[in-house]
Design a binder for this molecule. Structure first.
Ligand SMILES: C[S@@+](CC[C@H](N)C(=O)[O-])C[C@H]1O[C@@H](n2cnc3c(N)ncnc32)[C@H](O)[C@@H]1O
Length: 138
């Protein structure tokens, strides 16, 4: 079964890292990526993983969202997204960054302790309902 939208017959020509050591020269600072949060991903890392392991419109769950790097890549790559974080400042920051367009129907972020199974299950339920409702409201 194919897990992505990549043309695997031409995999050598695609900019997907297949080595065990990824050499990334410069952080992608384009678009919403601001590099303001300690320990944030270089955007190229989630970008590579999303394109390698998912197809367009599939859903990505990130239990430790931080400053939204993966969400911003999901928006760019047309994937749906559910993200949780325990830090309310990050939720506020990411919500502000996402206030600008059509993608609002495709993501759900919420305050959640991702080590608490009950909170995670409740939030996933809410997120699924919210995403489905938003999709049906199109
Ligand atoms: C290293 S940062 C993630 C950075 C993110 N990948 C980015 O690029 O911005 C880890 C995040 O996990 C959150 N976190 C830590 N413990 C958590 C928990 N139990 N539940 C949910 N979020 C948690 C922190 O608030 C922090 O924002």
């Amino acid at each position: 079964m194919k897990h992505n939208d990549l043309d695997l017959k031409n995999w050598k020509k695609i900019d997907i890292n297949t080595d065990s050591l990824w050499m990334i020269n410069e952080r992608d600072k384009s678009g919403k990526h601001k590099n303001i949060y300690h320990g944030n991903f270089m955007p190229q890392i989630p970008n590579q993983l999303i394109r390698r392991y998912t197809k367009e419109n599939e859903l990505i769950l990130e239990p430790f969202m931080g400053s939204g790097t993966t969400l911003f890549e999901c928006e760019k790559l047309n994937r749906k997204y559910i993200g949780f974080d325990i830090n309310p400042e990050m939720l506020e920051y990411v919500n502000k960054s996402m206030n600008d367009g059509n993608y609002t129907k495709n993501f759900y972020i919420n305050h959640c302790n991702s080590l608490d199974e009950l909170q995670v299950n409740q939030n996933i339920e809410k997120a699924e309902k919210n995403l489905i409702l938003k999709i049906y409201n199109l």
